[in-house]
Design a protein around this ligand. Structure first.
Ligand SMILES: O=C(O)CCC(=O)C(=O)O
Ligand SMILES: [Fe+2]
Length: 264
């Protein structure tokens, strides 16, 4: 089982558990109204375009949407939640002066969907630096997460595995992140995990955001996906999370570009 913490827990203890197990749950971090608002913002996009990236990895009974800040302003309260920022600070700041959103996806697993292939989110990067975490993810339970409806599978300790070990990951070594609506699963980009099979009669919605080292290429291209006026209407720290500030005055500059500041 993964350790779970109350929302008022000491962030150092949360990060300690994350570093030991590769995953940790923080319970009931946000209220239901925020989840309702974000889910309502997601609905039209899920219905109109949720199937467009169906494939063997994403599934064929799973609706997805990406670059969430272009779809739901309220989602910023989840993506930049102060506790998530504190955890990301502790995990990523030892290796970069600031970090970015790598990807942010709404994932609605519908009844009948099979379990997703077990994977590491860091597989998108061709190299690893032993001991350096490139990414930390926050996966919000937008609905109750149960064994039956596809609560995310995680292999505790797998963040310490070699690539060969990760490639041989077995379902029986996983635990499921059973959690209440409004709770969040935190895990590393190196932690082996995957969405679960939905054997229930209702969809299971998650919002998962990865935060990546500021000098890495972000998984999602926010500059192309989010119109400039929309991006500029967000507070500065959100713009910065999207990558609209240079890293150390060097990476990602443009004439007049702002320089990333401390986020939290
Ligand atoms: O939906 C989930 O529970 C996890 C999804 C996931 O890990 C992914 O798509 O990379
Ligand atoms: Fe994943």
């Amino acid at each position: 089982m993964l350790k779970s913490f109350d929302k008022n827990a000491d962030v150092n203890e949360i990060v300690e558990a994350l570093k030991t197990d590769g995953g940790v749950i923080v319970k009931n971090l946000v209220d239901k109204e925020l989840l309702d608002t974000v889910k309502a913002d997601f609905r039209p996009q899920f219905d109109e375009a949720g199937d467009y990236i169906e494939n063997d990895f994403n599934g064929y009974k799973t609706k997805r949407l990406e670059t969430v800040l272009g779809i739901s302003r309220s989602a910023a309260d989840l993506l930049a939640h102060p506790l998530i920022m504190k955890v990301a600070d502790k995990v990523l700041k030892p290796y970069c002066s600031n970090y970015r959103i790598g990807s942010s996806s709404g994932i609605e697993i519908w009844p009948g969907e099979m379990a997703q292939v077990l994977h590491r989110d860091d597989e998108i990067y061709p190299h690893r630096m032993p001991g350096v975490e490139f990414q930390v993810a926050a996966l919000w339970a937008m609905d109750e997460f149960t064994i039956e409806n596809g609560a995310t599978h995680v292999i505790p300790g797998s963040h310490k595995w070699t690539d060969e070990e990760a490639a041989g990951a077995k379902r029986e070594d996983t635990v499921q992140a059973v959690m209440s609506r409004g709770s969040v699963l935190l895990y590393f980009g190196t932690t082996v995990h995957g969405g679960g099979e939905n054997r229930s009669d209702k969809p299971r919605c998650a919002l998962v955001t990865t935060y990546s080292l500021g000098w890495l290429r972000q998984e999602e291209n926010h500059y192309m996906a989010i119109p400039k006026e929309v991006a500029e209407s967000y507070p500065e720290h959100i713009q910065q999370l999207m990558g609209f500030a240079s890293y150390s005055r060097i990476l990602g500059t443009y004439p007049g570009s702002p320089i990333a500041k401390e986020i939290s």
